[in-house]
Ligand binder design. Structure first.
Ligand SMILES: O=C(O)[C@@H](CO)OP(=O)(O)O
Length: 206
């Protein structure tokens, strides 16, 4: 049995381009973001991958990315489950702030801690740990059982909601996840063991 799980971060969003903390805000993809999503679809097509079900967040940039990928695969209209458990980490008071201006105001190190530490939440927002506390139960209840039953699953979501899943799947420590960045529109193809561990992982970066 195949036990296929593909994770993909959305393509560049309008707020990624403007360098703003985005979190639960809902900007759409830029032109480049659309191109990245189409390219992700083409890469999956080259590998002859198709899916039985898709999961995404309730945010436009992830849904739009998924739609573009499914169109490339000739799988428009595939059953898709949207849930806010897969949303980006909530950036709290930083939402909408320019990342360079935040560095000037709060200092480079503090902003890095808010963005990449495991358990320090940005003011009023979610740490990666808090994000994992919603993404992982959802993954274990709704997504993993389908993968283990042989359904081919694609998840289109966000930098930090996916980092929390990657951390768990790959058994990364808080230090290791700190350095792990997910590129926009780059699918990561996992094949899982029968108990949900990682049998193989392939990052489809160029
Ligand atoms: O702004 C955000 O919501 C995220 C993802 O774009 O940013 P960061 O990479 O700083 O976690």
């Amino acid at each position: 049995m195949e036990r296929l799980l593909v994770l993909v971060r959305h393509g560049q969003s309008e707020w990624n381009l403007k360098n703003l903390f985005t979190g639960w805000k809902d900007p759409d993809l830029t032109e480049l973001g659309v191109e990245e999503a189409v390219a992700a679809g083409k890469k999956l097509k080259e590998l002859k991958l198709t899916f039985d079900i898709a999961f995404t967040s309730v945010l436009k940039r992830a849904q739009h990315t998924l739609d573009l990928i499914l169109t490339e695969l000739g799988q428009e209209g595939l059953e898709t489950i949207r849930d806010q458990a897969l949303n980006e980490r909530d950036y709290g008071d930083l939402t909408g702030m320019n990342k360079d201006e935040a560095r000037e105001k709060f200092g480079e190190e503090q902003v890095h801690i808010w963005r990449r530490s495991f358990d320090v939440p940005p003011p009023g927002g979610e740490s990666l740990k808090m994000t994992a506390e919603r993404t992982l139960p959802y993954y274990r209840k709704e997504i993993l059982p389908r993968v283990l039953a042989g359904e081919r699953v694609i998840v289109a979501a966000h930098g930090n909601s996916l980092r929390s899943l990657v951390m768990d799947l790959e058994g990364l420590s808080p230090e290791q996840i700190l350095k792990r960045e997910l590129a926009t529109g780059v699918p990561i193809v996992y094949r899982l063991t029968e108990d949900g561990g990682v049998e193989s992982v392939q990052d489809l970066a160029d």
